[in-house]
Ligand binder design. Structure first.
Ligand code: ADP
Length: 163
């Protein structure tokens, strides 16, 4: 049987419990999951590529079929280079749908052999995103329930070193 190699692209600035929920579901469905950090020159992330990679490695270390990588450029080209046949995206609310629908059909046009699979997280994470967490943390609000301890610690240090 053909191996199901999936890639889960995102900014992961930083990885949240919502992302981890999706990664765990994907790890249970596919032979392998490559979580890949999209390096987008137009975005100014809070965490560097190395920091985001380090956090992802740390929080997925118990999942043996998950690896962490980075890419820039066209997602479909990257997927082809990894022999991936599935792109994973998380769907939280209707507001995600329009953009994701357009992206997924565009990617399928570029390579009909690669399908996008949408996974929904536990409902408690449906309102959660990395920018909300960054903003709350910048005001010193408690974001403990949204992040693994390792990431929480890095985020706290990031804002305390700004002072
Ligand atoms: P991007 O810039 O690609 O949106 P993100 O890191 O914000 O990068 O998100 C990566 C993927 O993870 C997207 O498919 C997004 O919908 C999904 N995602 C983000 N936060 C959550 C969450 N709380 N629950 C489920 N999926 C999520």
């Amino acid at each position: 049987m053909k191996k199901l190699i999936s890639i889960y692209p995102g900014t992961f600035d930083p990885v949240t419990n919502g992302h981890i929920d999706i990664i765990e579901r994907a790890a249970g469905l596919f032979d392998s999951v490559i979580v890949t950090i999209a390096l987008n020159k137009n975005k100014k992330p809070l965490f560097s590529e190395e920091e985001r990679k380090d956090m992802l490695i740390n929080v997925t270390s118990q999942l043996k079929n998950v690896e962490i990588d980075c890419f820039s450029g066209l997602l479909v080209k990257y997927a082809e280079s990894k022999n991936a046949n599935v792109i994973i995206r998380g769907l939280r609310a209707l507001s995600d749908f329009e953009y994701e629908f357009q992206m997924s059909l565009t990617n399928r046009k570029l390579n009909p052999g690669i399908n996008t699979v949408f996974l929904m997280p536990n409902e408690k994470y449906t309102y959660l995103n990395s920018s909300l967490v960054r903003e709350l943390a910048s005001y010193n609000a408690n974001v403990k329930e949204f992040l693994p301890d390792y990431v929480l610690d890095k985020l706290k240090k990031k804002f305390s070193s700004d002072k």
